[in-house]
Design a protein around this ligand. Structure first.
Ligand SMILES: Cc1ncc(COP(=O)(O)O)c(C=O)c1O
Length: 400
């Protein structure tokens, strides 16, 4: 079905592309005095902007004929070496040949789903899941079936039950899409002992895993857990990104994929963008090999920890009885469960009156769940602003 505003010759899949609810909140959050707990942007104030500026200027001046030219479809050798370094910092061993550089990991996800799914194929995903991934699945006409999580992340028992249920309906499952570390939107991390179990369940069931890991290096305590990729590299499509650990504006991400998927993935990437920005890839290469990027990341982690703590303290002080929330060990987000019967859309109306915004839980489900939930992002505002924002949110929950 098309809306009256749609061009009459659109394909059916055009209907899958809908405005991101996260972006909708930008307009409100830009109004003076409004505190935004909505967007999950990294805080770039920790970056050595002068150094990065010098790097960019030097690259254009000395290697400009390559930096500003088309590059290899798979990505530059330097950027792929930088990916190996970054994954190694997280304790993940990767075959350099498996790496495909993309314009952000969002593009990598689109390509992988495009290669895996025919219209109507099912992708399993945590309930809730990343709103941008839900958009990719909709645009490619894949159906999302959510698998419940708890404080330990995706539940293996629920995964097995969901696979059996979906198959009993005669539907074909192609992949499990999962964000194991500091999950967007809940902030929850998949328990270490569940990881091999989930990998085994998917391998036994003949279902590929798409492991989306943009936040893995953002543990507040620096502790990393085994990646699903390392547990089964020939069945896991790993997605990584420089957006949260360096800068999203460079638009450099990657996929590390099974041997048998590499050639088609490269061809699909070339069909989409020819190549990712060579200049951006060179900046990443320089930054990761010649600058103290891990020191910068340490400062970023300390910043996000303090902000997460400010949100936790403010929730203890201001959330009405019956409100529950996740306690993230890293990343950008906390997930709230409202008191029984409360609806996040009513809370949002009251919150906007109180000059605070957040993203309601329904944005993170493909099937209308999440009415009693909302996401709080703590990555961008300072502690005092977050505390005030959560106080206003608490008042809005009480009103609604
Ligand atoms: C879970 C998840 N995956 C992917 C992305 C997109 O990353 P990129 O900027 O690399 O496209 C985001 C951004 O918010 C995210 O939260």
């Amino acid at each position: 079905m098309t809306t009256t505003l749609d061009f009459p010759l659109f394909a059916a899949r055009a209907e899958g592309y809908r405005p991101s609810p996260v972006r909708d909140f930008w307009a409100v959050s830009m109004q003076p005095g409004v505190i935004s707990l909505a967007g999950g942007n990294p805080d770039l104030s920790v970056l050595p902007l002068g150094e990065l500026g010098d790097v960019a200027a030097r690259l254009v001046a000395t290697r400009g004929l390559d930096a500003l030219q088309y590059g290899a479809g798979k990505g530059t050798d330097g950027a792929r070496a930088a990916v190996v370094r970054v994954m190694d910092a997280e304790g993940i061993a990767v075959d350099p040949d498996s790496i495909q550089i993309t314009a952000g990991s969002q593009m990598a996800l689109e390509l992988v789903v495009k290669l895996l799914c025919d219209p109507g194929d099912v992708v399993l995903a945590e309930g809730p899941s990343y709103v941008g991934a839900i958009g990719v699945f909709a645009g490619l006409e894949a159906s999302v079936v959510h698998v419940p999580m708890d404080d330990g992340g995706l539940r293996p028992d629920a995964l097995e039950a969901t696979i059996a249920q979906v198959r009993s309906e005669g539907r074909r499952i192609k992949a499990l899409y999962t964000i194991p570390n500091f999950h967007n939107p809940t902030g929850i991390t998949l328990a270490a002992d569940r990881r091999p179990e989930i990998v085994r369940i998917c391998a036994d069931a003949g279902i590929a895993i798409i492991e989306d890991n943009p936040y893995g290096l953002l543990a507040f305590d620096g502790v990393t857990l085994p990646s699903l990729h390392d547990l089964d590299p020939e069945n896991v499509f790993y997605l990584g990104s420089f957006s949260k650990i360096v800068a999203p504006g460079l638009r450099v991400g990657w996929a590390a994929v099974p041997r048998s998927a590499r050639r088609r993935l490269q061809l699909a990437a070339e069909a989409t963008t020819i190549c990712a920005s060579v200049l951006s890839q060179m900046i990443i290469e320089e930054y990761v090999t010649r600058h103290d990027w891990l020191g910068v990341l340490d400062r970023a982690r300390a910043l996000y920890l303090a902000r997460s703590q400010a949100v936790q303290d403010a929730l203890v002080a201001h959330a009405p009885a019956g409100t529950q929330w996740s306690v993230p060990r890293g990343g950008f987000f906390t997930w709230l469960t409202l008191p029984e019967g409360a609806s996040a859309s009513h809370v949002l109306d009251a919150a906007i009156e109180n000059r605070v915004v957040f993203v309601p839980g329904t944005a993170f489900f493909a099937d209308g769940q999440g009415q009693g939930n909302l996401r709080v992002a703590f990555s961008l505002e300072n502690e005092a602003t977050l505390a005030e924002g959560v106080a206003r949110l608490g008042a809005a929950i009480a009103t609604a």
